[in-house]
Design a protein around this ligand. Structure first.
Ligand code: SAM
Length: 232
């Protein structure tokens, strides 16, 4: 049984896909996708030996070796042209790491129709990457599981240039629009974290670095509070 988080990632994978799951760990996601018939075939990529072995074991146990290739490789190096990958999933890592994987393997995304990305933190890094590299946000989702809040970003090749506003980059255009209770909770939590840091800065000796950090935090708090208060 997949976690709710991975179930929601799986829900965004189109039917009949050929999927590359990068940073697959136990390969639970590709196994689920192939077992449920959602994916025809899959590649599970892992850069660390331990998780790679876990993935191989899981695929063997499920008797899916002919449909799922497990590869020890960094990021999109796990993908070969002959795989004919149509969808890429990258889940459970920070946004900046996901971005660096996409940056490093840009040429391996040719022919890919959909990226389903689930950053644990800093989804902004992915929206920036999308904007700079010709991908549009097709869907966004936010969910809470075990008191943790996760975002899922679904990207597809853009048909026209995209330019997000600062609030859209930070909080997600579709998520702002939807304005769900989980979304509001996430940003209330973030704001109170930031306010605590600002308070700590105010109580410590001032340096050029802390002054800059405080300015940055106050700008983010303002931006987020405007959205939460429904200001345009
Ligand atoms: N995707 C699974 C999930 O969402 O439950 C596993 C997430 S786990 C926290 C992150 C995995 O990504 C780890 O197993 C780690 O070894 C792997 N990883 C980190 N950087 C990677 C990279 N550059 N290429 C491939 N895998 C990577």
């Amino acid at each position: 049984q997949l976690s709710e988080r991975l179930m929601r990632v799986a829900a965004h994978v189109p039917a009949d896909s050929i999927v590359a799951d990068i940073g697959s760990d136990h390969a639970y996601l590709p196994c689920y996708l192939v077992l449920t018939g959602k994916a025809r075939r899959a590649v599970a990529g892992e850069v660390v030996k331990g998780p790679y072995e876990s993935a191989r074991k899981q695929v063997r146990q499920e008797q899916l070796e002919s449909q799922i290739k497990v590869r020890l490789a960094s990021g999109l190096d796990a993908v070969e042209q002959a795989d004919g990958i149509t969808a890429v999933t990258i889940a459970g890592m920070g946004g900046p790491l996901i971005r660096s994987i996409l940056d490093a393997g840009a040429e391996r995304l040719v022919g890919v129709e959909r990226l389903i990305l689930q950053p644990n933190v800093h989804a902004k890094a992915i929206r920036e990457w999308a904007q700079e590299n010709g991908w549009a946000i097709a869907e966004e989702e936010i969910l809470k599981e075990n008191d943790k809040i996760y975002e899922i970003l679904v990207l597809e090749p853009a048909t026209h240039p995209i330019s997000f506003s600062p609030r859209e980059l930070l909080m997600g255009p579709n998520l702002i629009e939807e304005f769900s209770s989980v979304f509001q909770e996430k940003w209330q939590r973030e704001c109170s974290q930031w306010k605590k840091i600002v308070e700590a800065i105010d109580n410590a000796a001032e340096t050029a670095e802390t002054t800059e950090k405080k300015k940055e935090l106050l700008e983010k708090i303002k931006l987020v509070e405007e959205v939460l208060q429904g200001e345009n």
